[in-house]
Design a protein around this ligand. Structure first.
Ligand code: AMP
Length: 112
């Protein structure tokens, strides 16, 4: 089966700016940042989207995201965490990922 872009990043077939990595998860910079800090956090296991994720996957993912936040030193100033699912969610890459956005006071408003 054809690998998607994040699977190629996991396998080192295309480069990425890694922020943090462990056996099961990877955090790297988004190529098209929407905030001063824009990190993508993904499982190495192939999971299509949040709807397909098992609570055990999410346990490790939660701890890893918290670790990335500590690594970046943004616990106190705060951040936004987003996961897009499917067409209406605007998901482009069919591999579960969380967008971690930070580094400025982010805007919030009507999205449709
Ligand atoms: P989504 O729309 O939630 O599927 O988000 C996909 C994200 O992947 C977008 O924010 C893209 O900018 C980002 N992206 C696509 N290709 C790459 C890449 N090669 N390296 C880093 N980020 C990427």
């Amino acid at each position: 089966m054809q690998k998607n872009i994040f699977e190629k990043i996991i396998d080192g077939e295309i480069p990425s700016k890694k922020v943090l990595e462990n056996e099961n998860f990877l955090a790297f910079e988004d190529i098209n940042p929407q905030a001063p800090i824009h990190i993508l956090i993904i499982p190495k296991q192939s999971i299509k989207d949040f709807q397909q994720a098992h609570c055990i996957d999410m346990q490790g993912m939660t701890l890893f995201i918290q670790e990335v936040v500590k690594h970046l030193g943004i616990e106190q100033e705060g951040y936004r965490l987003i996961t897009n699912v499917g067409t209406n969610g605007g998901q482009e890459v069919p591999h579960l990922h969380f967008h971690l956005l930070a580094g400025a006071k982010l805007k919030w408003g009507k999205m449709y």
